[in-house]
Design a protein around this ligand. Structure first.
Ligand code: ARG
Length: 275
C-alpha cells in the first residue's frame, strides 16, 4: 500500500456557479445547471479531504464569477512561492485578483502575477522535480519560461491538441510526487498531447498509468491524489481498477454538475505547497 502525505488545499464554494458563457466544449449555456447540486458535490469533496486529515482553506466566492469554484486555475504554489494567474477569457479575468489578495491576507510575501496568459494549476503541474506545463488552448507558451524564472523550477512544456482536454489537468495527474527515495508517478491520456509531447511523457514517465478514452472523456484524469487516496469522478471505473493495481485507493465522487463547466475534482482544488 502506498503512503499518503498531508496536504493543504484552497477551495471556493460554488455559491454563484452557473454556465452562462462557453469557453470550452463542455460548456453549453442552454443546458440547465443546478447550483444547489454543484454545492452539494463540492461539499462532499471538501469533506473528504478533511476526513483524510488534509487542511482545507476557503476563499470567499464572488457574485458574477461563476467559474471561481475552479481554484486550481488561480495560483501555482511551490515552496511557499505563489505565481498567480492571468486568464485567457475576459469573463474569468477578475478571479485572479481575489486569489492574489487571499494570499497576501494570509501572510504570503512572495506573490507574483504573470505577464503572460497563465491558468495556473489548470496547465501547470508540479511533480516534485519539474513543472509540467501545458499549452495549446489556454496558457501562453511564454508563461512557461516565466514560471521557470519566477518559481525557480525546471519547466517541461507539453502541447495539448484536443479541445476537450483544454487544460493539462484534464489529461494528466500526478499520483505520487518525487521525494526522497521516490520517483514521480503519473497517470495521463496520451491522445490529448501532440506526438512530440507524447514521446516526452513516455521518456520521463515510462511506468505511468495510461488512461483509456472512456476514462479521459468523463474527466477521470482530473483527479486529486495524496499519494495513497485518489479522488476521481465515479464514471472513471477502469482508471480506478488501474489505481488499485498500483497500490492506490480510489475514491469516487459525483461531479456531474461541475463537469457541465468542464471541471472536476482537481479543478476545484488548488494545492498550497508551503516550504
Ligand atoms: N469553465 C472553466 C473554464 O473553462 C473550467 C475550468 C476547469 N479548471 C481546470 N483546472 N481544468 O475555464
Amino acid at each position: 500500500m502506498r503512503e499518503a502525505t498531508g496536504r493543504r488545499y484552497l477551495m471556493c464554494e460554488p455559491t454563484y456557479f452557473t454556465v452562462e458563457y462557453s469557453i470550452n466544449p463542455w460548456m453549453d449555456p442552454s443546458q440547465p445547471v443546478s447550483t444547489e447540486l454543484a454545492v452539494k458535490e463540492w461539499t462532499e469533496l471538501a469533506d473528504t479531504y478533511r476526513r483524510w486529515g488534509h487542511r482545507v482553506d476557503f476563499i470567499k466566492p464572488q457574485p458574477g464569477l461563476p467559474d471561481m469554484v475552479f481554484a486550481a486555475n488561480s495560483g501555482t504554489v511551490v515552496d511557499g512561492r505563489v505565481l498567480g494567474a492571468r486568464f485567457r477569457a475576459s469573463q474569468r479575468a477578475a478571479e485572479a485578483d481575489h486569489y492574489r489578495r487571499w494570499f497576501l491576507d494570509h501572510g504570503y510575501r512572495d506573490v507574483v502575477m504573470p505577464a503572460k496568459i497563465n491558468e495556473a494549476e489548470g496547465d501547470l503541474t508540479w511533480t516534485g522535480e519539474v513543472l509540467l506545463a501545458g499549452t495549446g488552448f489556454r496558457t501562453d507558451p511564454g508563461a512557461h519560461a516565466e514560471a521557470q524564472e519566477i518559481l525557480g523550477v525546471p519547466v517541461v512544456s507539453l502541447n495539448l491538441v484536443d479541445p476537450r482536454f483544454y487544460h493539462l489537468d484534464t489529461a494528466l495527474c500526478v499520483l505520487t510526487p518525487a521525494g526522497p527515495g521516490r520517483r514521480t508517478h503519473i497517470a495521463y491520456y496520451p491522445e490529448a498531447f501532440s506526438p512530440g509531447s507524447q514521446r516526452v511523457l513516455y521518456r520521463l514517465f515510462p511506468d505511468a498509468i495510461v488512461a483509456t478514452p472512456a476514462d479521459a472523456e468523463c474527466l477521470g484524469l482530473n483527479a486529486v491524489s495524496d499519494g495513497r487516496n485518489v479522488v476521481l469522478p465515479m464514471e472513471a471505473t477502469h482508471l480506478a481498477d488501474q489505481l488499485i493495481n498500483h497500490g492506490y485507493e480510489p475514491y469516487f465522487v459525483d461531479i456531474s454538475e461541475l463537469r457541465k463547466s468542464g471541471g472536476g475534482p482537481k479543478c476545484c482544488t488548488m494545492e498550497i505547497r508551503d516550504r
